[in-house]
Design a protein around this ligand. Structure first.
Ligand code: SAM
Length: 227
């Protein structure tokens, strides 16, 4: 089973939206588990402090390495083989390829940063893999962790209705997905392309491939260069 453990200052954010729809149904069926651990349980002193001012000065606060280490060590036994991820705008951009690899594994331990981020020393000391969900800054790692988990969970065996619904999707073959249509046949003067109503599966596959390539060339030529 894919086991997600999230270290966060806001455990009530989990499973959050992942408790609904496809992922919520999969959670109820025991296809994955989601455990949120409160970092503050390992905070220091009467006020359970988890952060402190940045060394060298500057704005904001930094999550302490000793507090995060205690939280991680209490969560992950030494023989826990799950990857340890730190959600971070500085991390490697999350890709469908990385999502597939994570979904094929035992799950993940995910650290959610807050404030200005985490003390750099925890990253090396606990071999955390920094993962970014995009070139923008969120106020915390929780939404990023939810995004990563959503992308993983839908790929778990038995979660999606039809197995092939994951195969043709954007990014799976280095291409964005082709356009979709459904009823009505005409909408505000715009018709469904004739080929899709022809019943000729070969022609439909060729059209979809050509449309996927055209879209990718126009919007994400970088994907074509990579494949
Ligand atoms: N000072 C940091 C910087 O400039 O790189 C930003 C810190 S951000 C306000 C607080 C936390 O949100 C981060 O530690 C990280 O866990 C999370 N976060 C923000 N943007 C993210 C992104 N694009 N991907 C993943 N996590 C992100």
């Amino acid at each position: 089973m894919f086991r997600a453990t999230v270290l966060t200052l806001f455990p009530e954010m989990f499973p959050g939206p992942l408790g609904l729809s496809l992922s919520g149904d999969a959670l109820a069926r025991g296809l994955w588990s989601c455990e949120a651990q409160n970092i503050r349980a390992h905070g220091l002193g009467r006020h359970r402090a988890v952060d402190d001012t940045p060394a060298g000065g500057g704005a904001g606060m930094v999550l302490r390495a000793d507090v995060l280490a205690a939280a991680l060590d209490a969560t992950a036994a030494p023989d826990d083989m799950r990857p340890r991820l730190l959600m971070s705008p500085r991390g490697a951009p999350l890709t469908q390829q990385r999502v597939r690899a994570l979904a094929a594994g035992p799950g993940a331990i995910i650290v959610c940063g807050r404030f200005e981020g985490v003390d750099e020393r925890i990253i090396a000391a606990r071999a955390l893999e920094e993962v970014s969900i995009g070139d923008y800054v969120l106020s915390g790692g929780e939404m990023a962790a939810l995004t990563l988990l959503d992308a993983c969970v839908r790929l778990l065996p038995g979660v999606m209705g039809k197995q092939e619904s994951g195969q043709d999707e954007s990014f799976e073959n280095g291409l964005l997905e082709y356009p979709h249509y459904t009823r009505p046949r005409e909408f505000e003067g715009r018709a469904i392309p004739d080929v899709l109503l022809s019943g000729d599966h070969g022609k439909i596959a060729d059209w979809r491939r050509a449309e996927a390539e055209k879209l990718t060339r126009a919007r994400r030529p970088d994907l074509l260069r990579k494949s």
